[in-house]
Design a protein around this ligand. Sequence first.
Ligand code: PDD
Length: 283
Amino acid sequence: MNRTVYLNGEYLPEDEAKVSIFDRGFLMADAVYEVVSVLDGKLLEFSGHIKRLERSLGELDMAKPKNFDNLLDIHRTLVARNNVQEGGVYLQITRGVADRDFVYPKDAEPTLVMFTQERPIIESPAAKTGMRIISTEDLRWGRRDIKTVQLLYPSMAKMMAKAAGVDDAWLVEDGFVTEGTSNNAYIVKDGKIITRSLSHDILHGITRASVLRYAAEAQMIVEERNFTIEEAQSADEAFITSASAFVTPVIEVDGAKLGGGTPGPVAGRLREIYIEESRKAGI
Ligand code: PDD
């Protein structure tokens, strides 16, 4: 693989892009990120992702990198140079390079790293078969609304899922599902879509916001409230949303099959709508 990546103002071959060992992203996970999906070579939900990025930076008192106002152009250039039709653009901003200290450095220049990843989204196997998930305790920090690169626990939870022979884990706190390792979680009962409401406990998914809007427009009932794993196990269907998975059905929760173990109609319909609308709105 020899992608062209972006680092602090330069487009470089991927093996030439190097970040300092003193970068606070490396030393302290002092960094935020976004993933913008690419479909038909176009960027999806760009403005939503950039708004959330600005919010994450603000919550952490982190400065914007110099080229912040050119992010759309940089995204497009990377997609074009790497000829990406389907996949995503990963973007990370760190507080920058400074000698190791718990106190934020005053004058560090933020680091901006971006690269593309090609991956099938429309024809993903999970979209057809549905995902099997297990639950595990949510041991992440208390500000999951900020999209930081502290992803070790989500990564451990994903490995627990793999070790159990399934696809992903839903995280549970005080008896209620928060979200998936890298996606928002939903169940469907008697035609009602149920998902946890927004707070510091979950990431405010950009896909979530659009999918809930499309659901309301299609006269589906949405209930934003907590739900348990037991409630999920007796649901008619379930699904997840994220920039990289769009809407993907869930067919099994901790060993209990939902809807006879095949993807449900609400997830299927929302996935269709999301793809259709995304194809129209990509930039
Ligand atoms: N993850 N919740 C968590 C914990 C996430 O990491 C993500 C996204 C989401 C969905 O957010 P959005 O719809 O804005 O992608 C919810 C990205 C895709 C990732 O880490 O790769």
